[in-house]
Design a binder for this molecule. Structure first.
Ligand SMILES: Nc1ncnc2c1ncn2[C@@H]1O[C@H](COP(=O)(O)OP(=O)(O)OP(=O)(O)O)[C@@H](O)[C@H]1O
Ligand SMILES: [Mg+2]
Length: 263
């Protein structure tokens, strides 16, 4: 089933969602540049004695690709959970700061709202619930008759997500569980992209894939990097190195240090 046959393509009127999306994108780039910033974030789960993260700081400019590596159990996934709003820092802050060309902040920092963040967990295919690709991507959307503007906006988002990850080459009626490993990862990315996030967090995106699917996902991330800010946690440093603009090592005890990739 093609996206166009599921939700019609609207004509471009003054208030069409396409124009609304373009307008919001124009607003987003009206400041000279912005960064996602993590400042002195510590995290101690409620009722426990030790911090899992200790004064973690990092800055990630928009449309750049960051990679966090480090030993198992050092706190990488814990940090992604905080960035996505799934847990709250015990202290410190996470925000978006815009700067003018001279490098000075030109607005008050904005708290990073969870709606602006997409997260793909490790082995995302384990969490697929629906019987078709389409239902999986649109899970949670209004099933009642939505108004025209909302339907138009949802159609645009769906088209954007499906095209961005190359799922337009298969039928959206396919069962997600029968897809190849690489296509399952594409679907997991589409599920997040349909929310049009500004920041995409990926936990071990290549884990468990064969060499061909890994190369496929790397190529896809290169493509997504053109429009999105991406922060990845991975042990696969060699395969991702060509994409990486900034990298950090998470040391045991949740201490983050900026460090070039050891390749
Ligand atoms: N809710 C919790 N309460 C207590 N300890 C926790 C909790 N969640 C995670 N931990 C511990 O925090 C540490 C960091 O875990 P985390 O999953 O963030 O590590 P990681 O760097 O992602 O490891 P891996 O590379 O194996 O995925 C581990 O020692 C883990 O056992
Ligand atoms: Mg982890």
């Amino acid at each position: 089933m093609a996206v166009a046959s599921i939700l019609f393509s609207p004509p471009l009127s003054k208030n069409s969602p396409n124009r609304i999306l373009q307008k919001s994108q124009a607003l987003r780039i009206s400041s000279d540049y912005s960064q996602f910033e993590v400042r002195k974030v510590s995290y101690r789960p409620p009722g426990t004695q030790h911090n899992l993260l200790n004064e973690v700081s990092l800055s990630l400019p928009e449309k750049s690709f960051g990679l966090i590596f480090g030993r198992s159990g050092s706190g990488k996934t814990t940090l992604l959970q905080l960035l996505s709003g799934l847990s709250e820092p015990t202290s410190g802050s996470i925000y978006v700061q815009s700067y003018s060309n001279d490098g000075n902040p030109n607005q008050h920092p904005q708290l990073l709202s969870p709606e602006r963040v997409g997260i793909v967990f490790q082995f995302p295919e384990r969490f697929f619930l629906a019987d078709t690709v389409l239902e999986e991507v649109t899970f949670g959307w209004p099933r009642q008759k939505a108004d025209l503007l909302l339907r138009q906006q949802l159609a645009l988002k769906l088209q954007y997500a499906i095209n961005s990850v190359g799922l337009n080459t298969i039928s959206l009626d396919e069962d997600p569980h029968t897809l190849s490993g690489g296509f399952k990862r594409r679907l997991a990315l589409a599920i997040q992209l349909v929310q049009t996030p500004d920041l995409l967090l990926l936990d071990e995106p290549l884990a468990g894939l064969d060499w061909k699917a890994r190369a496929d996902v790397v190529k896809l991330l290169k493509h997504l990097k053109k429009d999105l800010t991406i922060l990845v946690v991975s042990h696969d440093l060699k395969e991702l190195s060509s994409l990486v603009d900034f990298s950090w090592r998470m040391e045991m005890g949740g201490i983050l240090k900026e460090e070039p990739l050891p390749v």
